[in-house]
Unconditional design. Structure first.
Length: 575
């Protein structure tokens, strides 16, 4: 039976419940419904009234390819609105084997209370003393947990950024290679976990109940079709496995859409030196891995293991957005410096997109020189300490901009923009402006049609068609997140006649509940409606659905395009 586990972090009481009003929901649809229904929209994100929800998708625990994603939901300390942050790793695959659909953390202890490790078993929750790992970076702390719980460890944890309640703090998850390298990255969910004085959550390694499809034969048939769809598309079967998401570096740079020097230019002169092709060559030379999965059941395998010049492991999940944020946008050319900064972000528990943009703001404010990777490394090391600069950097772009006197702040609803300039990729720009999540490419990835010719082709320099593109992708993305699929399956699904139907068939055969294509669309639309409702009650209005002014006034080289949507035009992108 799939249950919801509620844990009171102040009283240390807990209950296992059936899903009741949350039946038929999973992943993002579930986290957003809980937050909208149970959290006062005007509460402070670090207050006892906020809740933190971990939820598996409807396909959680299944053997369907790329169905092992986890949704983490809360009111965001960064945006002040609702947040769903999505992660790979082992957590989402393990929870269903413990009969868990969701874990909800409630309330908070006194400020001087010690940090705990939550140990969750089949019918019990223990608050264990976390003193021995408090203050530690994530990798050494995770190694201690491995020594204590064994190589079957499945954990969620925060680093020093989360402990000190920085707004850019992540929650890190055990990956298939026993590293804390997968992140619920955006929106500061790590600070919410830190506010509840939880350093780590460990799922009992000994509980491993078999989870089966309700209709085994139908599931097997749909799963076979699903694999053929993913294996039959050039992006999911060739481009991503060969070069990871960094295959996009040269593509987006060539399109004139790669934000450079804090969104001043659309092309980076040293793009070839930080490209997926260059990184893949270095990985091979140094004995790393160019292809690995970030979660159980991944067949796309777009993650990798990046080693230093001596062949020692540095980081994994070295993604395009990270390389862009810490590379092109900050004018840093040394890929080893960028890799080390990615590792530091995983160690401290920080969102690489938010932190990369913040480094560029620090450079804009004269705190460190443009392109100085070594200075940026030292700056990131300060996060989680008592150093005032570390406190500023760990709180993200808007906070740092205020501290450093910088006006060029590429944020929406307090969250910084990822690696696609909205003036040249208007489909994703509409998403930045209108998603309830704050600027977030994964909420509606208009890059597909604007740059890649996936699911059709729409000119990213022009307004026509991009509002509708973003709206449709926002609904589809929310549905994918709610089913627990990796977002990258969308590349294949968008170009497949039977992709959406196959996803619906997988859900129906796995859960045993009737589930059509219409139900799939309704699942995504319902999640968005919950999110928009929460944000409206939190004080957001249509005025917040717009980009910073400089995107309208500053043409983007080399194509000299601008952002030219009105607030009213953008409202058509919302469900």
């Amino acid at each position: 039976m799939s249950r919801i586990l509620r844990i009171n972090c102040r009283t240390k009481e807990y209950t296992f419940e059936d899903d009741g009003p949350y039946a038929g929901l999973g992943g993002r649809a579930l986290t957003s419904r809980v937050i909208n229904k149970e959290v006062p929209a005007t509460c402070h994100p670090l207050s006892a009234e906020n809740k933190l929800v971990f939820a598996t998708g409807l396909m959680g625990g299944s053997t369907a390819a790329n169905s092992g994603r986890l949704s983490v939901g809360a009111k965001s300390p960064l945006t002040g609105g609702i947040k769903e942050s999505n992660s790979g790793g082992l957590f989402a695959h393990k929870m269903p084997k413990m009969g868990l659909k969701a874990i909800i953390l409630e309330d908070k202890p006194a400020e001087d209370a010690p940090f705990s490790t939550l140990f969750i078993t089949e019918d019990k929750v223990e608050f264990r003393d976390a003193t021995d790992i408090v203050g530690m970076d994530n990798y050494p702390a995770h190694d201690k947990l491995l020594a204590q719980y064994g190589d079957k460890l499945v954990a969620a944890m925060i680093g020093p950024a989360g402990e000190t309640l920085r707004k850019a703090a992540t929650i890190q998850f055990t990956d298939p290679y026993k590293r804390p390298a997968r992140s619920a990255g955006r929106g500061g969910t790590g600070a919410v976990l830190g506010s509840k004085k939880i350093k780590a959550i460990v799922l009992d390694p000994e509980v491993n109940e078999k989870v089966s499809a309700a209709d085994a034969d139908a599931f097997k048939e749909a799963r076979t079709t699903w694999v053929s769809i993913l294996k039959g598309h050039p992006v999911t079967s060739q481009g991503l496995p060969a070069y990871g998401t960094n295959v996009l570096v040269n593509i987006i740079n060539e399109a004139g859409a790669m934000p450079t020097k804090n969104f001043r230019y659309g092309q980076c002169e040293h793009a070839a030196e930080i490209s997926g092709e260059k990184i893949a060559d270095l990985i091979k030379e140094r004995g790393g891995k160019t292809t690995e999965g970030c979660h159980t059941g991944c067949i796309i395998q777009c993650s990798q293991q990046y080693n230093d010049a001596n062949g020692n492991y540095v980081t994994s999940g070295f993604e395009y957005e990270t390389v862009w944020a810490l590379g092109a946008n900050s004018l840093i050319k040394d890929i080893d410096d960028i890799a080390l900064m990615d590792r530091i972000c995983d160690e401290k528990g920080m969102d690489t997109i938010e932190i990369g943009n913040t480094v560029a703001v620090a450079m804009d404010g004269g705190i460190i020189p443009w392109g100085d990777g070594k200075a940026a490394i030292e700056l990131l090391k300060k996060v989680g300490t008592n150093d005032p600069l570390g406190m500023i950097i760990g709180n993200g772009v808007d906070f740092a901009g205020g501290a450093f006197g910088v006006e060029r702040l590429p944020t929406v609803k307090g969250q910084s923009m990822p690696a696609y300039d909205p003036r040249a990729v208007k489909g994703v720009g509409v998403t930045y402006a209108t998603t309830p999540m704050g600027a977030d490419h994964t909420a509606g990835y208009g890059v597909t049609a604007n740059c890649l010719g996936v699911g059709g082709s729409i000119d990213g320099h022009k307004k026509e068609g991009n509002v509708e593109l973003s709206k449709n992708l926002q609904v589809a993305t929310a549905a994918i997140d709610s089913m627990g699929f990796c977002l990258f399956v969308a590349f294949a699904v968008l170009d497949s006649d039977n992709g959406v139907q196959t996803m619906a068939d997988l859900v129906q055969s796995w859960t045993g509940n009737s589930f059509s294509v219409d139900d799939l669309v309704a699942l995504g639309a319902g999640a968005l409606k919950d999110e928009l409702d929460f944000n409206e009650r939190a004080g957001f209005s249509k005025i917040d659905d717009q980009l910073p002014r400089f995107f309208e006034t500053d043409p983007l080289p080399p194509h000299n395009v601008i952002w030219d949507y009105t607030v009213e035009e953008l409202q058509d992108a919302k469900v």
